[in-house]
Write a protein that binds this ligand. Structure first.
Ligand code: ZN
Length: 151
């Protein structure tokens, strides 16, 4: 496993719509491993492949000591809305209040190419939407209602 460089706002890859993964193979499993290690070493709760310079639809999330890996994630169900604080490893030191769906169901593929579905509320719901936005070239500061520096 390897820790990858996290790209910062201003990098073109963060504004690019990522491509779907066509085949879940060894290379994708290595990307998932490296992304998880990068996320943990940066003390993050989520990371999308464009943030490490790879324009593919792959995300990792860990909000509750359980690693979630999703390939080609799609929101298939959403409910309610909730305003909450967000930050991003690509925009260090900046935080903001973003309105998100309170609950989402996301389907995608796991590291073996099998279909999986994850339903989340609270921070998990927020992280899923934040990371999927990265795959579409969207940063949370574009959606934030307020932005501030520091914690
Ligand atoms: Zn982010």
């Amino acid at each position: 496993m390897a820790i990858m460089d996290v790209r910062k706002a201003g990098d073109k890859v963060l504004k690019t719509k990522a491509e779907p993964v066509l085949r879940v193979d060894k290379k994708i499993r290595k990307l998932l491993d490296d992304m998880a290690q990068t996320m943990y070493s940066a003390d993050g709760v989520g990371l999308a492949a464009p943030q490490v310079g790879i324009s593919l639809r792959v995300i990792v999330i860990d909000v509750n000591e359980e690693l979630i890996e999703l390939i080609n994630p799609v929101i298939t169900k959403s409910e309610g809305c909730e305003l909450g604080n967000e930050g991003c490893l690509s925009i260090p030191g900046v935080f903001g209040e973003v309105e998100r769906f309170a609950e989402v169901t996301v389907t995608g593929l796991n590291r073996f190419g099998k279909n999986i579905s994850i339903t989340g509320t609270g921070l998990l719901s927020r992280a899923l939407q934040h990371e999927i936005d990265h795959l579409d070239g969207i940063l949370f500061i574009e959606k934030a209602q307020t932005i501030h520096r520091g914690k």
